[in-house]
Design a protein around this ligand. Structure first.
Ligand SMILES: Cc1cc2nc3c(=O)[nH]c(=O)nc-3n(C[C@H](O)[C@H](O)[C@H](O)COP(=O)(O)O)c2cc1C
Length: 314
């Protein structure tokens, strides 16, 4: 029997746990002729502010040995153009749309949430309080327990949509931030956003990014992200949407076994936009091999007992 891949994130049921990560899948419409958008669990669209933004000047992407360093600076078309120009096609393609929202102030998050709550086809709000590439707002909320709670509670108060804060790994204890998000009324948490990083051209002694520093994604960050999902799973009860360097079905399963209910795939989509059916087939094959009836039954099933015994006896 084929494994049931459906997962629940708050009031939302996704047909499978694979979500396109924000900023790595445009507004979804760019990929619509390549991939059936309705075959994905959901599409998290590029981060939106109230107004259009230009982002940082180039160079703003640098390849590193096992990852991608970016400092796009949240270039975007703004919420009003998104609703007018992109939502009609996303609705027509039956995509499950998670809108990633960014604010420079608390009021901006609240205003965006209010506007998007009335838009047909918006399934959930992902609160970007973790982008390392902007100076004001955003990550300054996500780096503190208080700031996280403040944004989540304020958005929670104005929307019936599932509220999913996206957490930064650039903190000492991400599980404390996740706990604050849960206590403030979040339906789930997404983790992780990119790791603050930099790269220097030694010949010119210049930083490779115009913004000097940027955010690292891709396989290099996966073991750290898996550890963070595992740590958060010990502390919170709401679903975790895990991400960071997922490129194979085994990577998807690693996050789920560590404690994620769903996952997002970002950087790997740039290298292979047809990755989605491969991931789903691989997860299904694992389900058959291991007699897993429902993907949700795997969440958090990491078995640490043997390792703990080894530690005690050594
Ligand atoms: C080019 C680029 C742009 C991104 N833009 C956003 C964004 O707008 N909002 C957001 O929350 N995360 C953004 N991210 C972070 C990703 O959604 C994801 O959290 C991160 O890349 C880790 O996943 P990955 O290793 O699978 O890419 C961006 C990442 C990249 C590489």
């Amino acid at each position: 029997m084929s494994m049931d891949l459906s997962v629940r994130i708050g009031s939302l049921t996704l047909t499978n746990p694979l979500i396109a990560a924000s900023g790595c899948f445009g507004y979804g419409t760019e990929y619509a002729d390549l991939i059936d958008l309705s075959s994905l669990g959901a599409v998290a669209v590029k981060g939106l502010f109230l107004n259009e933004r230009e982002g940082h000047p180039p160079p703003r992407i640098v390849e590193t040995p096992a990852g991608l360093l970016n400092a796009i600076g949240l270039q975007g078309i703004g919420v009003h153009r998104f609703i007018a120009e992109k939502m009609p096609e996303l609705r027509a393609r039956r995509a499950v749309v998670i809108v990633n929202i960014c604010g420079t102030t608390l009021q901006e998050y609240v205003e965006l949430a209010g506007i998007l709550s009335d838009v047909e086809g918006v399934a959930a709000l992902e609160l970007n309080i973790s982008c390392p590439n902007i100076k004001e707002g955003g990550i300054t909320f996500g780096c503190s327990v208080h700031g996280t709670a403040e944004v989540v509670a304020a958005v929670r108060a104005v929307t019936p949509l599932p509220v999913i804060p996206k957490l930064t790994p650039n903190v000492t204890d991400v599980s404390a931030i996740a706990t604050a998000a849960e206590d403030a009324g979040a339906d789930a948490v997404s983790l992780v956003n990119t790791f603050l990083a930099m790269s220097i051209d030694v010949e010119t002694r210049r930083p490779r990014l115009s913004n000097i520093v940027g955010g690292l994604s891709g396989p290099a960050i996966r073991p750290i992200a898996v550890r963070m999902v595992y740590e958060c799973r010990q502390k919170i009860r709401i679903p975790i949407i895990g991400m960071g360097g997922i490129a194979t079905a085994a990577d998807v399963l690693e996050f789920i076994i560590a404690g994620a209910s769903a996952v997002q795939v970002g950087t790997a989509n740039f290298a292979d936009p047809l990755i989605w059916p491969k991931l789903i087939d691989g997860v299904r094959a694992y389900g058959e091999r291991h007699n897993v009836r429902k993907i949700g039954d795997l969440t958090g099933t990491i078995d640490t007992s043997a390792r703990e015994k080894e530690w005690i006896s050594s």
